[in-house]
Design a protein. Sequence first.
Length: 202
Amino acid sequence: MPDGATEVKAAPLAAEAPLVQLIVFHVGEEEFAVPIGGIREIVRAGPVTPIPDSPDFIKGLINVRGDIVATIDLKNRFSLSAEAVVPKHVLITQQEENLFGLLVDEVTEVLSIPQAEIKPPHKLMTKIHEEYVSGVVTHQERLIILLELAQVLSVEELAHLSEVTREHRELVKAESVVVKTEEIEAQKPHHLLQPPEAAPPS
């Protein structure tokens, strides 16, 4: 090296940020995502066999190549505003020993993003409870909510919601019976509502 020259060393190459692949889908006006590793497959929505006395968010059962899958309507699960949209896709996932199908309006893409782009959720950013959200992603001016599937589909959580829904349904049914009884009483002829007159003394 010539006298007085400064040695220039090449800067070490920065390690590439780890990428995360997310399945992105729409439910109502919201855009959600789940890690691709948590989804077994995606199938088109089709006929569902209803389960009697099940809560509104459990649509019923479907058969996926011999496997019986309980289908969860995420729009009802999160009490999101309903639109006149026919759901197109079901995401099949396994949680513990159970198979679930997540009924969504439409799967739109598989998104690869750096792990660092997933930010902690803020309760004011979404319309659903923060315990169901593992993070949020801002991508191309879109807010994508990353769901915590283990919590959304936990057996304890679904059982609790089922019980709450059942109690609500029974309360509504009881109130309906009371209202119906009052309507029937109001429609009876007036003379039938009067007590019988006492017989005159002999």
